[in-house]
Structures are given as structure tokens and as C-alpha cells.
Design a protein around this ligand. Sequence first.
Ligand SMILES: O=C(CO)[C@H](O)[C@H](O)COP(=O)(O)O
Length: 234
Amino acid sequence: MSEDAVKAMKQQVGIAAAQRVQSGSIVGLGTGSTTAFAIEHLGDRLKSGDLKDIKGIPTSFQASVLAKKYGIPLVTLDDVEKIDIAIDGADEVDPNKVLIKGGGAAHTREKIVDSLADVFIVVVDSTKLVETLGSTFPLPVEVLPVAVSPVTRALEALGGKPELRMGVKKDGPVITDQGNMILDVTFGSIPNPAEFEKTLNNIPGVLDNGLFVGLADVVLVGEIKEGQPIVREL
Ligand SMILES: O=C(CO)[C@H](O)[C@H](O)COP(=O)(O)O
């Protein structure tokens, strides 16, 4: 599939999710290129007056920068008791709406925000749909820098092949918004994600992993049909 086609699907699905936000809502703002289209569209709706009085809770510096660019007022988790709706992308989605996230190294904060939302909408293009999790994308695990070596060994003992994520246009490892590091772990497949999510998070030094189990309420999928981007619900 061409880059332009993937971008068109991401844009369409981002816009579709932003259309579901109602005035007065507290909105969790996810991270990534698909959510960026949703944030932009929320800004457009605020500007046109179609949407009023929303407040965003960003899941990363990226989301916060985009929200400011598009005029979305921001609040923190200390300011609100609940989040009405969260919109976030994913790297893999299985038929049970279980996700792998963390391609943007933001999954720890994303899980906090997405799990607090009354409605969590996942926005993906059709290339993200898989039968078995872990088959196309390694599982990101956020790790305290001092624990990278022991956590690497623990992940290997669980059958994974961990690789320290390295920066692009930066020498050395990727440092997350929280000051930690990311191990991208290839498992080949993850047949029991609910149990595995807990097993991984029990390793001392692991902050959180990219498995999102039982959190997604709605998955919107961007597809190309007869040459045009369309959106359907999984
Ligand atoms: O989990 C994420 C960031 O940590 C992203 O939502 C995920 O990587 C999808 O990104 P994109 O929309 O750019 O494909």
C-alpha cells in the first residue's frame, strides 16, 4: 500500500473520531500520526464554532504541542475527576480489540489516560489489523534506565528478543517523556495478552508494556474502498 493511501486512511479515521466529540467534553488526546489528524480536526471544529468548551488531556509532549497549535485548552489529571472520551492510535489491533501500543514510546501515559475515559476510541488504518498480537510489531516495554540489563534478561527468559530502541536523529537510546528507556520485544505471537500484560509488569524495573487489554470501546478502521478512504467500525 502506498504512503499516500495510508496517510489518507489515517486522516479520514482521525477526523471520524474527532466528529464524535461533544461540546463540554474532557478529551484524552493520544499520540501518533493518526491521532494528530483527530487533534487538528478538533481544533478546526472549535474554530468554526461547531464544538465548544472542550478540554484536552495530552498523553505526550507531542499531543500537548499539537493541542496548543490547534487551540485546544489543556488540563491535567489533577484538574478533572473523569475523562469523557479518549482518542488514540495503535500499532496492532486483534479481533477482540486488544491492542499493542507504544510505537511512539508513549504507551505508559496513554494507558493511564485511555483507561480513565468513559469512551476510548481507537483510530487505526487497516494495515494495523492482525489475527494474533505480536505478529507484525514488537511489544514496547518502558523500563527504568538502571534496570535495562536485568529486565532484558527477564524478557529473554520469557522467550522474547528485546532490543533497546535507539533514537532517530539522536545518538543513543530513545528517552521517553518520563525519562525512561524502551525495549522493543519480539515474541512472534502473544496468545494470552491479559495474563502476559501482568507477567511483564511484574518484572521489577518495568513501568508498563504496550498491551492494552479490555480498554478499547470502539475501534475505527480507515480503509481504501474503490480508491477512496472510508471508515468502518471493527
Ligand atoms: O501508541 C502510540 C504511541 O505510543 C501510537 O498511537 C501508535 O504508535 C500509532 O501511531 P500512528 O498513528 O503514528 O501509526
